[in-house]
Design a protein around this ligand. Structure first.
Ligand SMILES: Cc1ncc(COP(=O)(O)O)c(C=O)c1O
Length: 301
């Protein structure tokens, strides 16, 4: 997954990538540290960072840049307290897949300022047009990167709660001690299921990618023609950011209108914070394709 050599000493099993985010935060951070995260970000990052006493420093990405990171803004956010740069690529919620050049810029900053990188790659197998690149594979990055993955997306096994963190051996040793206190190991039958899933990874992930891509195409095709909505074609996964400002509605009101229309077979989560998402809502197609096809066109009143 990281396109570099790893041994067992570089890997720890976690109860999903979420558990990996929390465990990495606890091992790397303490009060006084700052963590830079592109915003909008995956919704649990903030709590994980704050639980350690560290400060989250959001770097906004805007729709005008198609939600791609502004690297000058990222660099400007670095202070003497910065400890980690957190990001997800492919990204939930923005649907952006970072290219090699983007990751090289982050890598350069991390090396120059001696920072850790937490790279959340749970959607690595679900990129559509762009190839996934793992920052840990870039020169000088393996020793300062924690790469998170899981079977939740590639194998639709979110309920099994199985994932992993890959990092330098010293950090993984700390995480193993934490995992002992936190989990006392993952159940054996879950590990066996994970092993079987990984043995068939190429085929399963390819099938999942095809399903998600078709769903994305259906959703985009339906929504981008709706007056008042601005949709950006996501490069991965099962989410699309939709700017609803052209409808004159707040995202929450827009979402409630969708829920109220029984004809809509999908739901729109306005996700907690206006601060985080601005006028954008998040459309998910983690549903059966048949129900997407039956969904009626939307008219916003
Ligand atoms: C970006 C991102 N990171 C982490 C997670 C958590 O994944 P897991 O089910 O492996 O804990 C999710 C789940 O939606 C996610 O979207």
């Amino acid at each position: 997954m990281t396109a570099r050599d790893v041994s067992a000493a570089n890997v720890i099993l976690t109860a999903g990538a979420q558990n990996g985010v929390f465990a990495t935060s606890l091992c790397l951070l303490e009060a006084g540290d700052e963590v830079i995260v592109p915003e909008p970000m995956y919704l649990t990052y903030e709590a994980c960072v704050r639980a350690t006493g560290a400060t989250l420093v959001p770097v906004p990405v805007s729709r005008s840049r198609a939600f791609h990171l502004d690297y000058d803004a990222l660099e400007a956010a670095i202070t003497s307290h910065t400890k980690v740069i957190f990001f997800a690529t492919p990204c939930n919620p923005t649907g952006v897949v970072m290219g090699r050049t983007d990751l090289e810029r982050i890598a350069r900053l991390a090396c120059e300022h001696d920072l850790w990188v937490l790279s959340d790659e749970v959607y690595a197998d679900l990129t559509f047009e762009r190839e996934h690149v793992s920052i840990a594979a870039l020169p000088g990055m393996a020793e300062r990167t924690v790469t998170l993955g899981s079977l939740s997306k590639s194998h639709a096994m979110a309920g099994w709660r199985v994932g992993w963190a890959i990092g330098p051996t010293t950090l993984i040793e700390h995480m193993a001690r934490l995992a002992l206190a936190m989990l006392y190991g993952l159940p054996g039958f879950i590990q066996q299921a994970a092993l079987t899933a990984l043995e068939h990874k190429a085929q399963i992930a390819a099938e999942m990618r095809e399903i998600y891509q078709r769903c994305r195409d259906i959703v985009f095709e339906r929504l981008h023609r709706v007056p008042g909505l601005h949709c950006l074609l996501p490069e991965d996964g099962m989410f699309m950011m939709v700017d609803v400002s052209g409808t004159g509605l707040e995202t929450v009101d827009f979402a409630w209108q969708l829920f109220a229309r029984k004809a809509c077979r999908f739901s729109m989560r306005a996700r907690s914070a206006k601060r985080r998402m601005g006028s954008c809502g998040l459309v998910s197609w983690s549903t059966r394709r048949g129900s997407l096809k039956r969904a009626n066109g939307l008219r916003i009143s």
